[in-house]
Design a protein around this ligand. Structure first.
Ligand code: ADP
Length: 361
C-alpha cells in the first residue's frame, strides 16, 4: 500500500499506561498513534479495527462500529461512504463535512493465514488541495496579468510591421523592429519564470502524443539559422531521418532544443561554430548541441541546471538562469537524460538522450 509511506507516527508512547505486552496490542497502539486513519476489515467485511484518526475523520465512535459488517452500517454515514467505495486500484477522494479525504485500500492477509482481509487508509488532503488550487489560481492570474497586455502590444507592433512599416520614417522603423524583438524576449522570460514556478509547485504539465521529432528539430534549426548568420556564426545541423515518430510533448521538447541551441549561439562569439546532430541509438535518440564558445568553468558545471544559476563567465550575456532548469525538467519528464561536457574557453557539448520505446512511458 503505497500511501502507507505517507503515514507519520505523530506520537510516541507516553508510558502512563501499561505498555502492551501482546504483539497485536502493540501494533494496535502504534496504528492508533498514526495521523492517518486506518480501518481493518476481515474477509467477511466485518470491521475489526479503526484507529483514532479514522474516528476523528469519519466522526464515528469505534465502540459502535467495530464488529459490524459494512452492510449493517447506516447508509448516510461517512464511514459507510468510505467503505462502500472501491479504491484498491486507485485512491479515491471523498468529501466529508467540508474536508477532502483520500482513501485507498489494499488486501491484507489475515493473521491466521486463512484468507485475506482489507486495510483501508484515510489521508486528509484538504490543505494540500486548497494550496494547489491557490497555486493554480496564482499561475492563471500571473499568466493573464503579465502576458495579456504584452500580447496586445505585440499584436499592434505586428500590424504596424506588416501594414505601415514602409510609410514610417526609417529611424522609427528601427525602433519598431527593436520593440518587436524585445517584446518577444520579454514574453519568453515571462514564460520561463511562470514555468519555473509551475515546476516548483508541480504544475508543469507534459502532454505526450505521437510527433515527428525530426520535424521539430529541423524547425528549431531552421529558425535559428538566420540568427546565426546575423551573428556571424557557422551553423550546421544533421538530423537522421531514421528517427521514428515518438510519443512526446512536441511543444515542450521544441523549447528544450531551442533553448540549448539558443544558448550555444548566445555564448559563442562571432566566427565561432555551432552544430546540432540527432542520431538513433539502440532504443533512444541522441541529440547533441556543440559549440566553440566561451565554455563553462569546471566548478560551475554541477550547478548550471539549478534554478537562476548563471556562471560568472555568463556576466554580460542576457538571461535568467532558468532555461536549463526547465530544459532538464522536461527531459526528465520524458525519462531522458541530459549531459554536459565543457571547458572554460573551449566550447560546450550538451547531449540529450530520449528513449524511443513505448514500453518506457
Ligand atoms: P541563461 O542562458 O538564461 O543564463 P540557462 O539556464 O540556459 O540560463 O543557463 C545557465 C548557465 O549555464 C548560463 O548562464 C551559462 O553560465 C551556462 N551555459 C549554458 N549553456 C552554455 C553554453 N552553451 N556555453 C557556455 N555556458 C553555458
Amino acid at each position: 500500500m503505497g500511501n502507507m509511506e505517507n503515514c507519520r507516527l505523530n506520537a510516541s508512547y507516553s508510558g502512563n499506561a501499561p505498555f502492551p505486552t501482546e504483539t497485536t496490542h502493540l501494533h494496535e497502539s502504534l496504528i492508533d498513534s498514526l495521523s492517518d486513519g486506518v480501518i481493518y476489515l476481515d474477509d467477511m467485511g466485518v470491521i475489526r479495527f479503526l484507529n483514532r484518526a479514522a474516528e476523528e475523520l469519519l466522526q464515528v465512535n469505534r465502540e459502535f462500529v467495530v464488529g459490524k459488517r459494512i452492510d449493517m452500517l447506516p447508509l448516510r454515514t461517512p464511514l459507510y461512504k468510505v467503505l462502500s467505495e472501491y479504491c484498491r486500484d486507485e485512491p479515491v477522494e471523498i468529501s466529508i463535512s467540508g474536508r477532502v479525504v483520500r482513501v485507498n485500500a489494499a488486501e491484507m492477509p489475515l493473521p491466521d493465514g486463512a484468507g485475506f482481509g482489507e486495510i483501508v487508509e484515510l489521508h486528509d488532503v484538504t490543505r494540500e488541495k486548497s494550496e494547489r488550487r491557490q497555486r493554480e489560481e496564482f499561475v492563471a492570474m500571473m499568466t493573464h496579468d503579465l502576458k495579456s497586455p504584452l500580447t496586445v502590444m505585440m499584436g499592434y507592433v505586428q500590424a504596424i510591421k506588416h501594414d505601415m512599416l514602409d510609410t514610417v520614417d526609417p529611424s522609427v522603423r528601427s525602433c519598431i523592429k527593436e520593440i518587436d524583438r524585445s517584446s518577444y524576449k520579454l514574453l519568453g522570460m515571462i514564460e520561463d519564470i511562470l514555468d519555473a514556478y509551475r515546476l516548483e509547485v508541480g504544475l508543469l504539465q507534459i502532454h505526450r502524443e505521437f510527433c515527428d521529432m525530426k520535424d521539430i528539430l529541423q524547425g528549431c534549426c531552421r529558425d535559428i539559422s538566420q540568427e546565426a548568420q546575423v551573428r556571424g556564426i557557422e551553423f550546421t545541423y544533421d538530423i537522421s531521418d531514421q528517427i521514428p515518430p515518438m510519443k512526446i510533448d512536441g511543444k515542450q521538447l521544441g523549447r528544450v532544443f531551442a533553448n540549448l541551441i539558443g544558448n550555444a549561439l548566445k555564448f559563442t562569439p562571432r566566427r565561432g561554430k555551432v552544430s546540432v546532430t540527432a542520431e538513433m541509438g539502440d532504443d533512444s535518440v541522441l541529440v547533441s548541441v556543440l559549440d566553440t564558445g566561451i565554455g563553462i568553468p569546471e566548478k560551475d558545471l554541477p550547478r548550471i541546471f539549478n534554478k537562476y544559476y548563471r556562471s560568472e563567465s555568463a556576466v554580460g550575456f542576457k538571461g535568467t538562469g532558468l532555461g536549463l532548469t526547465i530544459t532538464k525538467a522536461i527531459v526528465d519528464a520524458h525519462k531522458g537524460t541530459i549531459e554536459v561536457e565543457s571547458k572554460e574557453g573551449g566550447g560546450s557539448r550538451f547531449d540529450v538522450t530520449l528513449p524511443t520505446t513505448l514500453s518506457e512511458w
